[in-house]
Design a protein around this ligand. Sequence first.
Ligand code: DC
Length: 236
Amino acid sequence: MKLYFCGRHVKKIIITIDGWSSCGKSTLAKQLAKELGYVYVDSGAMYRAITLYFLRNNIDLAERKEVKEALGSINLEFVFNPKSNNSEIYLNGENVEYLIRDLIIAERVSDVAAIKEVRELAVAQQQQMGKKKGIVMDGRDIGTVVFPKAEVKIFMTADNAVRVQRRFKELYEKNPNVTVEEVMNNLEMRDYIDSHREVSPLRKAKDAIELDNTNLTEKEQFNKALFWAKERIVTG
Ligand code: DC
């Protein structure tokens, strides 16, 4: 079935948002999804939930057999919560959306996300979720590996100091013991591991639009991204 708006053909597309840690990818992705009536998927939440499982079960990341067996016991699911107006991640039936935002998880997640078998599991599920299009997904390899043919690809950047302040503010609200230094070290470490790993390293897809939001308000960046999306949604 073809959809039309003001006589023009409207199609469902895939929007990918990749970039460095704490650039505001999820904020933008959620806003776009809401505006367009699309599904939002936070791919990082999947790697974080797997990390939580590994930590709880003392999985040795160097033991690939142990890792593979553990992955076989993991079921991930996103369930929409109308109260938070967000799709929240469930690990084997338990809502872990808030637990996975902890610094303990952030300190380990990049090592877990660098494991080939972990990525294979996550990527297969992500591709399945995008089958019907009408989706906004954020992460590190979404425009390069998960949906290389996505209609709109955005690559987000921002100055380090700005990113550290943003993440610090977010974590401080939950845990006043957190320090700026801890947050800065964690961001630097994650960016390094995420962009230097062998499997699907973070990089800008050739056809991605770079969005540096150091000096942009949320509203300004949203308007830019919405414009790029609408250009591809409404054709003919
Ligand atoms: O977006 P986030 O900070 O919640 O992501 C957590 C970690 O997961 C990040 O440090 C790298 C990894 N990740 C990834 O490797 N690939 C993705 N598509 C999304 C996240």
